[in-house]
Design a binder for this molecule. Structure first.
Ligand code: FAD
Ligand code: MLT
Ligand code: ZN
Length: 442
Protein backbone atom coordinates (compact mmCIF):
# COMPACT_ATOMS: atom_id res chain seq x y z
CA UNK A 1 0.00 0.00 0.00
CA UNK A 2 2.87 2.37 0.79
CA UNK A 3 2.33 5.64 2.58
CA UNK A 4 0.48 7.27 -0.36
CA UNK A 5 -2.81 5.97 1.00
CA UNK A 6 -2.13 6.71 4.66
CA UNK A 7 -3.47 10.23 4.98
CA UNK A 8 -2.69 12.51 7.91
CA UNK A 9 -2.84 16.07 6.51
CA UNK A 10 -5.58 17.82 8.54
CA UNK A 11 -7.24 19.50 5.55
CA UNK A 12 -7.21 16.22 3.56
CA UNK A 13 -8.67 14.05 6.33
CA UNK A 14 -11.21 16.56 7.66
CA UNK A 15 -14.00 15.36 5.34
CA UNK A 16 -13.63 11.79 6.70
CA UNK A 17 -14.28 13.12 10.21
CA UNK A 18 -17.70 14.71 9.71
CA UNK A 19 -20.93 12.89 8.93
CA UNK A 20 -23.36 13.70 6.11
CA UNK A 21 -25.70 15.70 8.36
CA UNK A 22 -22.91 17.75 9.95
CA UNK A 23 -24.12 16.76 13.43
CA UNK A 24 -21.34 14.27 14.25
CA UNK A 25 -17.74 15.37 13.95
CA UNK A 26 -14.35 14.08 15.10
CA UNK A 27 -10.71 14.14 14.05
CA UNK A 28 -9.29 10.94 12.55
CA UNK A 29 -5.89 9.85 13.91
CA UNK A 30 -5.25 8.96 10.25
CA UNK A 31 -7.18 7.81 7.21
CA UNK A 32 -6.01 4.55 5.63
CA UNK A 33 -7.25 3.60 2.18
CA UNK A 34 -6.43 -0.04 1.34
CA UNK A 35 -6.57 -1.22 -2.27
CA UNK A 36 -7.78 -4.75 -1.56
CA UNK A 37 -8.72 -7.29 1.09
CA UNK A 38 -5.11 -8.28 1.83
CA UNK A 39 -4.18 -4.67 2.59
CA UNK A 40 -7.28 -4.23 4.75
CA UNK A 41 -6.33 -7.40 6.67
CA UNK A 42 -2.79 -6.12 7.20
CA UNK A 43 -4.14 -2.86 8.63
CA UNK A 44 -6.55 -4.66 10.99
CA UNK A 45 -3.81 -7.05 12.19
CA UNK A 46 -1.42 -4.18 12.81
CA UNK A 47 -4.06 -2.15 14.68
CA UNK A 48 -4.96 -5.21 16.75
CA UNK A 49 -1.34 -5.61 17.85
CA UNK A 50 -0.90 -1.91 18.51
CA UNK A 51 -4.33 -1.46 20.13
CA UNK A 52 -5.49 1.24 17.69
CA UNK A 53 -9.23 1.64 17.25
CA UNK A 54 -10.62 1.65 13.70
CA UNK A 55 -13.81 3.10 12.22
CA UNK A 56 -14.59 1.43 8.86
CA UNK A 57 -16.02 3.94 6.42
CA UNK A 58 -17.71 3.59 3.04
CA UNK A 59 -19.57 6.47 1.41
CA UNK A 60 -20.02 8.33 4.72
CA UNK A 61 -23.75 8.75 4.13
CA UNK A 62 -24.72 7.05 7.40
CA UNK A 63 -27.20 8.99 9.52
CA UNK A 64 -26.43 7.79 13.07
CA UNK A 65 -22.85 9.00 13.59
CA UNK A 66 -21.50 5.45 13.26
CA UNK A 67 -18.99 5.96 10.45
CA UNK A 68 -16.98 8.91 11.76
CA UNK A 69 -14.12 8.87 14.32
CA UNK A 70 -15.76 10.65 17.25
CA UNK A 71 -13.00 9.49 19.62
CA UNK A 72 -10.04 10.08 17.31
CA UNK A 73 -10.03 6.57 15.82
CA UNK A 74 -8.28 5.62 12.57
CA UNK A 75 -10.66 5.74 9.61
CA UNK A 76 -10.34 2.69 7.36
CA UNK A 77 -11.87 3.91 4.11
CA UNK A 78 -12.99 1.09 1.81
CA UNK A 79 -13.82 3.34 -1.13
CA UNK A 80 -10.91 2.12 -3.29
CA UNK A 81 -12.40 -1.38 -3.30
CA UNK A 82 -14.74 -0.33 -6.07
CA UNK A 83 -15.23 -3.07 -8.65
CA UNK A 84 -17.80 -5.55 -9.93
CA UNK A 85 -16.83 -9.09 -10.97
CA UNK A 86 -18.19 -12.55 -11.73
CA UNK A 87 -21.53 -11.35 -13.05
CA UNK A 88 -23.81 -14.35 -13.53
CA UNK A 89 -26.06 -13.21 -16.38
CA UNK A 90 -28.13 -16.40 -16.27
CA UNK A 91 -28.58 -16.77 -12.54
CA UNK A 92 -28.68 -13.06 -11.63
CA UNK A 93 -25.81 -12.56 -9.19
CA UNK A 94 -22.68 -10.48 -8.97
CA UNK A 95 -19.74 -9.88 -6.66
CA UNK A 96 -18.78 -6.32 -5.73
CA UNK A 97 -15.93 -4.76 -3.80
CA UNK A 98 -17.03 -3.09 -0.56
CA UNK A 99 -16.47 0.40 -1.95
CA UNK A 100 -18.77 -0.03 -4.95
CA UNK A 101 -21.67 2.40 -4.76
CA UNK A 102 -25.26 1.18 -4.89
CA UNK A 103 -25.62 3.19 -8.11
CA UNK A 104 -22.63 1.27 -9.51
CA UNK A 105 -24.21 -2.06 -8.60
CA UNK A 106 -27.53 -0.98 -10.11
CA UNK A 107 -25.73 -0.04 -13.38
CA UNK A 108 -23.84 -3.33 -13.51
CA UNK A 109 -27.07 -5.22 -12.82
CA UNK A 110 -28.94 -3.29 -15.55
CA UNK A 111 -26.13 -3.94 -18.04
CA UNK A 112 -26.63 -7.68 -17.56
CA UNK A 113 -30.43 -7.53 -17.84
CA UNK A 114 -31.16 -7.49 -14.11
CA UNK A 115 -31.78 -5.00 -11.32
CA UNK A 116 -30.55 -4.68 -7.73
CA UNK A 117 -33.28 -4.99 -5.08
CA UNK A 118 -32.10 -2.12 -2.86
CA UNK A 119 -32.53 1.52 -3.84
CA UNK A 120 -32.08 4.59 -1.66
CA UNK A 121 -31.64 8.33 -2.06
CA UNK A 122 -27.91 8.09 -1.28
CA UNK A 123 -27.34 5.60 -4.13
CA UNK A 124 -24.62 7.78 -5.70
CA UNK A 125 -22.34 7.58 -2.62
CA UNK A 126 -23.51 4.82 -0.26
CA UNK A 127 -21.42 1.67 -0.74
CA UNK A 128 -22.31 -2.00 -0.69
CA UNK A 129 -20.02 -2.41 2.35
CA UNK A 130 -21.78 0.38 4.23
CA UNK A 131 -25.24 -0.83 3.29
CA UNK A 132 -24.35 -4.33 4.50
CA UNK A 133 -22.94 -2.92 7.74
CA UNK A 134 -26.19 -1.01 8.37
CA UNK A 135 -28.56 -3.52 6.70
CA UNK A 136 -29.89 -0.56 4.73
CA UNK A 137 -33.56 -0.58 3.78
CA UNK A 138 -34.68 2.14 1.41
CA UNK A 139 -37.42 2.56 -1.13
CA UNK A 140 -38.13 -1.03 -2.23
CA UNK A 141 -38.10 -3.05 0.99
CA UNK A 142 -41.75 -4.00 0.65
CA UNK A 143 -40.94 -5.73 -2.65
CA UNK A 144 -37.40 -7.08 -2.29
CA UNK A 145 -36.56 -6.88 1.43
CA UNK A 146 -33.64 -5.02 3.04
CA UNK A 147 -29.94 -5.51 2.24
CA UNK A 148 -29.76 -8.73 4.27
CA UNK A 149 -32.25 -10.32 1.87
CA UNK A 150 -29.95 -9.61 -1.11
CA UNK A 151 -26.83 -11.06 0.47
CA UNK A 152 -25.55 -14.45 -0.73
CA UNK A 153 -22.15 -14.23 0.96
CA UNK A 154 -19.37 -11.94 2.08
CA UNK A 155 -15.63 -11.65 2.33
CA UNK A 156 -14.57 -9.82 5.47
CA UNK A 157 -11.66 -9.20 7.80
CA UNK A 158 -12.74 -9.93 11.36
CA UNK A 159 -11.41 -8.05 14.36
CA UNK A 160 -9.17 -11.09 14.99
CA UNK A 161 -7.33 -10.17 11.77
CA UNK A 162 -8.61 -13.36 10.14
CA UNK A 163 -10.18 -13.13 6.68
CA UNK A 164 -13.34 -15.14 6.01
CA UNK A 165 -14.63 -15.60 2.47
CA UNK A 166 -17.86 -17.27 1.37
CA UNK A 167 -18.69 -15.96 -2.09
CA UNK A 168 -19.96 -19.10 -3.82
CA UNK A 169 -23.40 -17.57 -4.28
CA UNK A 170 -25.47 -20.69 -3.63
CA UNK A 171 -29.11 -19.77 -3.04
CA UNK A 172 -29.54 -22.76 -0.70
CA UNK A 173 -26.59 -23.32 1.58
CA UNK A 174 -27.42 -24.52 5.09
CA UNK A 175 -23.86 -25.27 6.15
CA UNK A 176 -23.76 -23.70 9.59
CA UNK A 177 -23.77 -20.19 10.91
CA UNK A 178 -24.69 -17.40 8.48
CA UNK A 179 -21.66 -15.16 9.03
CA UNK A 180 -22.69 -12.75 6.27
CA UNK A 181 -26.08 -12.35 7.91
CA UNK A 182 -24.35 -11.69 11.24
CA UNK A 183 -22.08 -9.02 9.77
CA UNK A 184 -25.13 -7.46 8.13
CA UNK A 185 -26.35 -4.79 10.54
CA UNK A 186 -23.23 -5.07 12.75
CA UNK A 187 -22.19 -1.47 11.92
CA UNK A 188 -18.48 -2.23 11.54
CA UNK A 189 -18.18 -3.63 15.07
CA UNK A 190 -17.37 -7.25 14.15
CA UNK A 191 -15.60 -7.20 10.81
CA UNK A 192 -14.61 -5.09 7.84
CA UNK A 193 -16.58 -6.19 4.78
CA UNK A 194 -14.27 -6.23 1.77
CA UNK A 195 -16.58 -7.74 -0.86
CA UNK A 196 -20.00 -9.33 -1.20
CA UNK A 197 -21.95 -11.64 -3.49
CA UNK A 198 -25.50 -10.34 -4.01
CA UNK A 199 -28.56 -11.64 -5.75
CA UNK A 200 -30.16 -9.58 -8.50
CA UNK A 201 -33.87 -9.24 -9.23
CA UNK A 202 -35.72 -9.32 -12.56
CA UNK A 203 -36.21 -5.83 -13.98
CA UNK A 204 -39.67 -4.27 -13.94
CA UNK A 205 -39.33 -1.68 -16.69
CA UNK A 206 -42.97 -0.58 -16.98
CA UNK A 207 -43.60 1.91 -14.23
CA UNK A 208 -46.21 4.35 -13.06
CA UNK A 209 -45.84 6.77 -10.15
CA UNK A 210 -48.66 8.60 -8.37
CA UNK A 211 -48.66 11.19 -5.61
CA UNK A 212 -52.00 10.98 -3.83
CA UNK A 213 -53.35 13.59 -1.38
CA UNK A 214 -55.38 12.90 1.79
CA UNK A 215 -57.07 15.07 4.39
CA UNK A 216 -55.36 13.31 7.31
CA UNK A 217 -52.46 11.02 8.15
CA UNK A 218 -54.95 8.45 9.38
CA UNK A 219 -56.63 8.38 5.94
CA UNK A 220 -53.22 8.03 4.25
CA UNK A 221 -52.21 5.17 6.54
CA UNK A 222 -55.51 3.38 5.97
CA UNK A 223 -55.06 3.81 2.20
CA UNK A 224 -51.50 2.49 2.44
CA UNK A 225 -52.71 -0.69 4.12
CA UNK A 226 -55.38 -1.14 1.43
CA UNK A 227 -52.94 -0.50 -1.44
CA UNK A 228 -50.45 -3.02 -0.06
CA UNK A 229 -52.93 -5.82 -0.36
CA UNK A 230 -54.56 -4.70 -3.61
CA UNK A 231 -51.47 -3.94 -5.74
CA UNK A 232 -49.21 -7.01 -6.11
CA UNK A 233 -46.74 -5.06 -8.29
CA UNK A 234 -46.25 -2.32 -5.70
CA UNK A 235 -42.59 -1.23 -5.82
CA UNK A 236 -42.64 1.69 -3.34
CA UNK A 237 -45.19 3.22 -0.99
CA UNK A 238 -43.89 6.38 0.64
CA UNK A 239 -45.38 8.94 3.01
CA UNK A 240 -44.95 12.67 3.68
CA UNK A 241 -46.97 15.52 5.15
CA UNK A 242 -47.66 19.08 4.07
CA UNK A 243 -44.97 21.01 6.01
CA UNK A 244 -42.25 18.75 4.50
CA UNK A 245 -43.67 19.17 1.01
CA UNK A 246 -43.76 22.95 1.47
CA UNK A 247 -40.12 22.93 2.61
CA UNK A 248 -38.99 20.79 -0.35
CA UNK A 249 -40.78 23.15 -2.75
CA UNK A 250 -39.28 26.20 -1.04
CA UNK A 251 -35.71 24.82 -1.08
CA UNK A 252 -35.80 23.35 -4.60
CA UNK A 253 -38.00 25.97 -6.26
CA UNK A 254 -40.34 23.22 -7.51
CA UNK A 255 -44.05 23.99 -7.92
CA UNK A 256 -46.42 22.14 -5.61
CA UNK A 257 -48.00 19.01 -7.16
CA UNK A 258 -51.56 20.25 -6.48
CA UNK A 259 -53.27 23.64 -6.44
CA UNK A 260 -54.49 23.09 -2.85
CA UNK A 261 -52.67 22.05 0.30
CA UNK A 262 -53.53 18.69 1.79
CA UNK A 263 -52.64 17.18 5.11
CA UNK A 264 -50.83 14.00 4.03
CA UNK A 265 -49.52 12.38 0.86
CA UNK A 266 -48.57 8.92 -0.41
CA UNK A 267 -46.15 8.37 -3.26
CA UNK A 268 -47.04 5.08 -4.95
CA UNK A 269 -44.88 3.35 -7.55
CA UNK A 270 -46.13 0.27 -9.36
CA UNK A 271 -43.63 -1.54 -11.58
CA UNK A 272 -44.07 -4.62 -13.70
CA UNK A 273 -43.36 -6.27 -17.01
CA UNK A 274 -46.56 -5.02 -18.60
CA UNK A 275 -48.47 -1.72 -18.39
CA UNK A 276 -49.15 -1.15 -14.67
CA UNK A 277 -51.58 1.74 -15.31
CA UNK A 278 -54.83 -0.31 -15.31
CA UNK A 279 -53.95 -1.88 -11.94
CA UNK A 280 -52.97 1.50 -10.48
CA UNK A 281 -56.22 3.14 -11.73
CA UNK A 282 -58.38 0.34 -10.42
CA UNK A 283 -56.70 0.42 -7.00
CA UNK A 284 -56.96 4.22 -6.71
CA UNK A 285 -60.63 4.12 -7.78
CA UNK A 286 -61.30 1.80 -4.82
CA UNK A 287 -59.23 3.79 -2.29
CA UNK A 288 -61.21 5.90 0.19
CA UNK A 289 -60.72 9.56 1.05
CA UNK A 290 -58.46 10.57 -1.84
CA UNK A 291 -58.53 14.36 -2.30
CA UNK A 292 -56.29 14.70 -5.38
CA UNK A 293 -53.95 12.62 -7.55
CA UNK A 294 -50.95 13.38 -9.81
CA UNK A 295 -49.86 10.49 -12.04
CA UNK A 296 -46.75 10.07 -14.20
CA UNK A 297 -45.75 7.36 -16.63
CA UNK A 298 -42.83 8.95 -18.50
CA UNK A 299 -39.42 8.86 -16.81
CA UNK A 300 -38.79 12.63 -16.41
CA UNK A 301 -42.20 13.28 -14.83
CA UNK A 302 -41.87 10.19 -12.61
CA UNK A 303 -38.51 11.53 -11.40
CA UNK A 304 -40.15 14.88 -10.70
CA UNK A 305 -42.82 13.27 -8.50
CA UNK A 306 -40.11 11.29 -6.68
CA UNK A 307 -38.26 14.55 -5.91
CA UNK A 308 -41.13 15.64 -3.63
CA UNK A 309 -40.31 12.62 -1.44
CA UNK A 310 -36.56 12.16 -1.92
CA UNK A 311 -35.95 15.90 -1.54
CA UNK A 312 -36.87 15.79 2.16
CA UNK A 313 -33.44 14.77 3.49
CA UNK A 314 -31.51 17.62 1.84
CA UNK A 315 -34.27 20.18 2.40
CA UNK A 316 -34.39 19.47 6.14
CA UNK A 317 -30.59 19.53 6.39
CA UNK A 318 -30.60 23.01 4.86
CA UNK A 319 -32.18 24.22 8.14
CA UNK A 320 -29.18 22.99 10.18
CA UNK A 321 -28.12 19.55 11.38
CA UNK A 322 -31.31 17.76 12.45
CA UNK A 323 -31.79 15.07 15.08
CA UNK A 324 -32.69 12.15 12.82
CA UNK A 325 -34.86 9.49 14.44
CA UNK A 326 -35.94 6.53 12.39
CA UNK A 327 -38.61 4.38 13.97
CA UNK A 328 -40.92 1.56 12.86
CA UNK A 329 -44.39 1.15 14.29
CA UNK A 330 -46.78 -1.78 14.14
CA UNK A 331 -49.42 -0.93 11.52
CA UNK A 332 -52.21 -0.44 14.06
CA UNK A 333 -50.16 2.21 15.94
CA UNK A 334 -48.79 4.11 12.93
CA UNK A 335 -51.50 6.76 12.49
CA UNK A 336 -51.63 7.58 16.22
CA UNK A 337 -47.86 7.91 16.34
CA UNK A 338 -47.83 10.30 13.38
CA UNK A 339 -50.62 12.43 14.88
CA UNK A 340 -49.21 12.59 18.39
CA UNK A 341 -45.46 12.89 17.89
CA UNK A 342 -45.24 16.61 16.95
CA UNK A 343 -47.12 17.51 20.18
CA UNK A 344 -44.91 15.23 22.27
CA UNK A 345 -41.78 16.83 20.80
CA UNK A 346 -43.11 20.34 21.37
CA UNK A 347 -44.02 19.57 24.97
CA UNK A 348 -40.41 18.45 25.47
CA UNK A 349 -38.93 21.49 23.71
CA UNK A 350 -41.08 24.36 22.40
CA UNK A 351 -38.24 25.46 20.06
CA UNK A 352 -38.40 22.17 18.15
CA UNK A 353 -39.92 21.63 14.72
CA UNK A 354 -40.85 18.07 13.76
CA UNK A 355 -40.65 16.81 10.17
CA UNK A 356 -42.28 13.50 9.29
CA UNK A 357 -41.82 11.32 6.22
CA UNK A 358 -40.98 7.72 5.51
CA UNK A 359 -41.74 4.34 4.07
CA UNK A 360 -45.48 3.86 4.67
CA UNK A 361 -45.57 0.20 3.67
CA UNK A 362 -42.96 -0.74 6.27
CA UNK A 363 -44.43 1.34 9.12
CA UNK A 364 -41.14 3.26 9.02
CA UNK A 365 -41.44 6.92 10.01
CA UNK A 366 -38.47 9.28 9.79
CA UNK A 367 -38.88 11.78 12.62
CA UNK A 368 -36.51 14.67 11.96
CA UNK A 369 -36.28 17.43 14.53
CA UNK A 370 -34.74 20.83 13.90
CA UNK A 371 -34.31 23.81 16.18
CA UNK A 372 -32.73 21.98 19.14
CA UNK A 373 -29.07 21.86 20.16
CA UNK A 374 -26.97 18.99 18.78
CA UNK A 375 -26.22 17.59 22.25
CA UNK A 376 -29.65 18.14 23.81
CA UNK A 377 -31.14 14.64 23.76
CA UNK A 378 -34.47 15.40 25.46
CA UNK A 379 -36.52 15.20 22.28
CA UNK A 380 -34.73 12.05 21.14
CA UNK A 381 -35.63 10.41 24.43
CA UNK A 382 -39.32 11.33 24.19
CA UNK A 383 -39.68 10.07 20.61
CA UNK A 384 -37.83 6.80 21.14
CA UNK A 385 -39.59 5.99 24.43
CA UNK A 386 -42.98 6.72 22.83
CA UNK A 387 -42.21 4.55 19.76
CA UNK A 388 -40.93 1.64 21.84
CA UNK A 389 -43.96 1.91 24.15
CA UNK A 390 -46.22 1.39 21.13
CA UNK A 391 -44.33 -1.80 20.23
CA UNK A 392 -42.05 -0.08 17.72
CA UNK A 393 -38.34 -0.19 16.95
CA UNK A 394 -35.99 2.73 17.74
CA UNK A 395 -34.10 2.03 14.51
CA UNK A 396 -35.93 0.88 11.43
CA UNK A 397 -33.12 1.07 8.89
CA UNK A 398 -30.35 3.54 9.81
CA UNK A 399 -28.86 1.53 12.68
CA UNK A 400 -27.93 2.43 16.23
CA UNK A 401 -24.50 4.02 15.69
CA UNK A 402 -23.75 6.69 18.21
CA UNK A 403 -27.09 8.50 17.95
CA UNK A 404 -29.32 5.76 19.44
CA UNK A 405 -26.74 3.96 21.61
CA UNK A 406 -28.21 5.05 24.98
CA UNK A 407 -31.64 3.67 24.03
CA UNK A 408 -30.75 0.17 22.79
CA UNK A 409 -32.25 -1.25 26.00
CA UNK A 410 -35.70 -0.07 24.87
CA UNK A 411 -35.73 -2.83 22.25
CA UNK A 412 -33.16 -5.34 23.47
CA UNK A 413 -33.15 -7.24 26.77
CA UNK A 414 -30.12 -7.46 29.08
CA UNK A 415 -29.69 -11.06 27.92
CA UNK A 416 -29.65 -10.02 24.27
CA UNK A 417 -27.16 -7.21 24.90
CA UNK A 418 -24.94 -9.60 26.90
CA UNK A 419 -25.08 -12.03 23.95
CA UNK A 420 -24.12 -9.19 21.59
CA UNK A 421 -21.09 -8.52 23.82
CA UNK A 422 -20.02 -12.19 23.75
CA UNK A 423 -20.23 -12.20 19.94
CA UNK A 424 -18.21 -8.98 19.84
CA UNK A 425 -15.57 -10.49 22.17
CA UNK A 426 -15.26 -13.58 19.99
CA UNK A 427 -14.89 -11.76 16.67
CA UNK A 428 -13.05 -8.67 17.92
CA UNK A 429 -11.23 -9.74 21.10
CA UNK A 430 -9.07 -6.61 21.26
CA UNK A 431 -12.15 -4.39 20.86
CA UNK A 432 -10.61 -2.34 18.03
CA UNK A 433 -13.47 -2.34 15.51
CA UNK A 434 -15.78 0.65 15.88
CA UNK A 435 -15.66 0.29 19.69
CA UNK A 436 -17.73 3.40 20.42
CA UNK A 437 -20.98 2.58 18.60
CA UNK A 438 -24.01 0.29 18.86
CA UNK A 439 -23.30 -1.41 22.23
CA UNK A 440 -23.97 0.85 25.22
CA UNK A 441 -20.86 2.06 27.04
CA UNK A 442 -20.06 -0.23 30.03
P1 FAD B 1 -20.95 4.80 5.98
O1 FAD B 1 -21.80 5.97 6.28
O2 FAD B 1 -19.57 5.07 5.53
O3 FAD B 1 -20.90 3.83 7.25
C1 FAD B 1 -22.09 3.43 7.88
C2 FAD B 1 -21.77 2.35 8.92
O4 FAD B 1 -21.25 1.20 8.28
C3 FAD B 1 -20.70 2.77 9.94
O5 FAD B 1 -20.97 2.15 11.16
C4 FAD B 1 -19.42 2.21 9.35
O6 FAD B 1 -18.42 1.96 10.32
C5 FAD B 1 -19.90 0.91 8.71
N1 FAD B 1 -19.17 0.50 7.50
C6 FAD B 1 -19.05 1.18 6.33
N2 FAD B 1 -18.39 0.43 5.43
C7 FAD B 1 -18.08 -0.75 6.04
C8 FAD B 1 -17.41 -1.92 5.63
N3 FAD B 1 -16.94 -2.07 4.39
N4 FAD B 1 -17.27 -2.93 6.52
C9 FAD B 1 -17.77 -2.81 7.78
N5 FAD B 1 -18.41 -1.72 8.24
C10 FAD B 1 -18.58 -0.71 7.36
N6 FAD B 1 -30.54 4.46 4.68
C11 FAD B 1 -31.53 3.54 4.55
O7 FAD B 1 -31.47 2.49 5.17
N7 FAD B 1 -32.61 3.80 3.74
C12 FAD B 1 -32.72 4.93 3.01
O8 FAD B 1 -33.70 5.14 2.32
C13 FAD B 1 -31.66 5.88 3.10
N8 FAD B 1 -31.70 7.02 2.36
C14 FAD B 1 -30.71 7.94 2.50
C15 FAD B 1 -30.77 9.11 1.75
C16 FAD B 1 -29.79 10.09 1.90
C17 FAD B 1 -29.87 11.34 1.07
C18 FAD B 1 -28.73 9.88 2.81
C19 FAD B 1 -27.64 10.90 2.98
C20 FAD B 1 -28.66 8.71 3.55
C21 FAD B 1 -29.63 7.73 3.41
N9 FAD B 1 -29.60 6.54 4.13
C22 FAD B 1 -30.59 5.60 3.98
C23 FAD B 1 -28.50 6.28 5.07
C24 FAD B 1 -27.22 5.68 4.44
O9 FAD B 1 -27.12 5.94 3.07
C25 FAD B 1 -27.14 4.20 4.74
O10 FAD B 1 -27.03 3.97 6.13
C26 FAD B 1 -25.99 3.47 4.03
O11 FAD B 1 -26.10 2.10 4.29
C27 FAD B 1 -24.61 3.94 4.47
O12 FAD B 1 -23.65 3.48 3.53
P2 FAD B 1 -22.21 4.16 3.47
O13 FAD B 1 -21.39 3.40 2.48
O14 FAD B 1 -22.32 5.60 3.25
O15 FAD B 1 -21.66 3.83 4.93
C1 MLT C 1 -35.10 8.37 3.46
O1 MLT C 1 -35.96 7.51 3.57
O2 MLT C 1 -35.24 9.35 2.73
C2 MLT C 1 -33.81 8.14 4.16
O3 MLT C 1 -33.85 7.15 5.11
C3 MLT C 1 -33.05 9.35 4.54
C4 MLT C 1 -33.56 10.12 5.72
O4 MLT C 1 -34.11 9.53 6.65
O5 MLT C 1 -33.37 11.34 5.73
ZN1 ZN D 1 -35.61 5.95 4.84
Amino acid sequence: MGTGHVLTEPDVIAAYGIDWTGRFQGTPAAVIRPADCAEAAAVVSHCKKAGFAIVPQGGNTGLVGGGVPLEGEIVLSLRRLSWVADVDHQGGQLTAGAGTTIGGIQSAANASGWDYGVDLGSRGSATIGGTIATNAGGLQVLRHGPTRAQLLGVEAVLGTGVTISHLGGLIKDNTGYDLGGLLCGSEGTLGVVTSARVRLVPPNPDRVVAVVAFSSSAAAVEAALFLRRSLPDLQSLEFFVDPGLALVCQVTGMARPFPDRHSAYLLIEVAGQRDPMPAMSEALDSTHAIEDVAVATDAPRRAQLWRYREGHTEAINSLGAPHKLDVTLPSQALADFIDQIPGIVNDADPRATTWLFGHAADGNVHVNITGVGSDDLTVDDRVLVFAAGLGGSISAEHGIGRAKQPWLHLNRSNEEIATFRRIKDALDPAGILNPNVLLPAM
